[in-house]
Design a protein around this ligand. Structure first.
Ligand code: ZN
Length: 91
């Protein structure tokens, strides 16, 4: 961030995310002028939003998926195939 008063590169001094927004304070080393910038949503809020989204997708995937019986018969047929494979091996 460039100082409005003297045009020097300002030094980042403080970050405040307590309000849920990422507010960054800067101080000019040249003239002592301080300013702040809002960086939109704070990182912790983005992360918690992502997690909620992910959890929602996980639940949707579960209910959208096959009925429990289908899943069981699929597992059963896989097991049958494995058993058949070993039966064949023994012969
Ligand atoms: Zn300045």
């Amino acid at each position: 961030m460039i100082c409005d008063r003297c045009g020097e590169e300002m030094r980042f001094t403080e970050k405040d995310t307590s309000s849920g927004r990422d507010i960054r304070e800067y101080l000019c080393p040249g003239c002592g002028y301080s300013d702040w910038e809002v960086y939109g949503t704070a990182m912790w809020q983005i992360l918690s939003d992502d997690r909620e989204e992910w959890e929602r997708e996980e639940t949707e995937r579960d209910t959208d998926g096959m009925p429990a019986e289908d899943r069981q018969s699929l597992a059963g047929s896989a097991w049958e195939r494995i058993r058949a494979f070993f039966r064949k091996e023994r012969q």
